[in-house]
Ligand binder design. Structure first.
Ligand code: ADP
Length: 399
């Protein structure tokens, strides 16, 4: 049973081929610079070796063709023919209110995903192109859509509605949707396994900290609140995104500085966050290095980020009436021990206490709490691709 997982972006397409018998990755890869000059496909294998081919990728159809070629190539491939691929799981960013779980893709589902493009033009458009290209080249293979928003559809109205005229929700779908749902669900479920307790008993705060970051309150296995909102711009500050700010700042920029929507988009999505504060980089490794050398704005960016994450943890403990576990995941959450330390410092009153030795060990899933801490603090590697492959298997079955 082999499942291909596709994550299609505007100019890149990532893929992983799983053998689901042992949930083992046969190969993974990236088609980059689709529709731009110097496009290429890079396929990597479990032993760390890689195969790179520079080739013209005019569009996503070309990219999918190259993925199939690379996977079935006599020399570099891992399967004999594409008939071995029993189903395809697609990451779709926005499922609106219609999709509260993964679905098999049919015409009706395609139409609804298309309707959601308006809600997430940067993401759903490219996701849709990827699905269509796959359907064209693999017309008889069942495909599943797994939505980043689906896990958060359990949020109550008090958590997802903005204090705007209710008609904006009814007519335009303006509400909090939340993102990174596949990751928050995956790590919350792993946390329950690590703690050897049923997830239905647990109150967990999951912190997905990467280039994009979001925090989620997972009560008894369900998302009850999350920091991203109508779009992935809200919540904590991120690499280049501003996170939540006073919306009147936008009005002021329009009125006094003559910003238009594309300038605002550029400012808030690309030039803000820790990059904007530090003026150095959006990458936390660069900020750590600069802060260590005494750069004050890099230090300030790290402090602001950690402070905002800490505030969400406190808020979500209050929202759930307690907290049993705190989970760190994604690039920063998994790898940056200094940042984890900054975030939890000051949360001792909640029962969060970490052991510096355990926190400094690299790699793997780990419980970094002190023995006596009331709250277990866990580091868990997220695996959105595996979660998508599992969802696909669950829906399509062993066909
Ligand atoms: P994305 O949201 O694009 O998936 P990632 O989850 O890869 O982003 O996170 C990127 C961030 O993770 C960067 O700020 C980077 O500094 C940090 N990061 C990734 N790997 C490491 C590492 N080995 N050590 C420290 N920080 C890391």
């Amino acid at each position: 049973m082999k499942i291909l997982v596709i994550n299609s972006g505007s100019s890149s397409l990532k893929y992983q081929l799983f053998d689901m018998e042992k949930e083992h990755v046969l190969a993974k890869g990236l088609c980059d610079r689709i529709g731009i000059q110097n496009s290429f496909i890079k396929q990597t294998y479990n032993n760390g070796s890689e195969f790179i081919k520079e080739t013209e990728l005019k569009d996503h159809n070309d990219a999918i063709k190259e993925v199939i070629n690379a996977l079935t190539d006599k020399e570099h491939g891992v399967i004999e023919s594409m008939d071995e691929i029993s189903s395809v799981g697609h990451r779709v960013v926005h499922g609106g209110e219609r999709f509260y779980k993964s679905v098999i893709i049919d015409r009706d589902v395609l139409n609804t995903i298309e309707e959601c493009i308006e809600l997430a033009p940067l993401h759903n458009g490219p996701n849709m192109i990827g699905i269509k290209a796959c359907k064209k080249l693999m017309p008889n293979v069942p495909m599943v859509a797994v939505f980043d928003t689906a896990f958060h559809q359990t949020m109550p109205k008090k958590a997802f509605l903005y204090a705007l005229p209710y008609s904006l929700y009814e007519k335009n779908g303006v509400r909090r949707y939340g993102f990174h749902g596949t990751s928050h669900k995956y790590v919350a479920e792993r946390a329950a396994v690590m703690l050897n307790r049923p997830i239905e008993e647990l109150k967990i705060v999951t912190c997905h900290l990467g280039n994009g970051s979001s925090i989620c309150a997972v009560k008894h296995g369900k998302s009850v609140d999350t920091s991203m909102g109508y779009t992935p711009l809200a919540g904590v500050p991120m690499g280049t995104r501003c996170g939540s700010i006073d919306p009147a700042i936008v009005i002021s920029l329009i009125e006094h500085d003559k910003y238009d929507s594309s300038m605002l988009n550029e400012l808030l999505n690309k030039k803000s966050g820790v990059l904007g504060i530090s003026g150095i980089s959006s990458d936390f490794r660069d900020l750590d290095e600069a802060a260590e050398k005494g750069n004050e704005r890099a230090e300030l960016a790290l402090e602001i980020f950690a402070y905002q994450v800490r505030k969400y943890i406190g808020a979500y403990a209050a929202a759930m009436g307690g907290i049993d576990a705190l989970v760190f995941t994604a690039g920063i959450g998994e790898n940056n021990q200094g940042l984890r330390k900054r975030v939890v410092t000051g949360l001792e009153f909640l029962g969060v206490e970490i052991d510096d030795d355990k926190n400094s060990q690299r790699g793997g899933e780990k419980d970094i709490s002190t023995d006596q801490a009331r709250v277990r603090t866990l580091v868990i590697s997220t695996n959105e691709e595996l979660a998508i492959a599992r969802e696909t298997l669950k829906l399509v079955g062993n066909r």
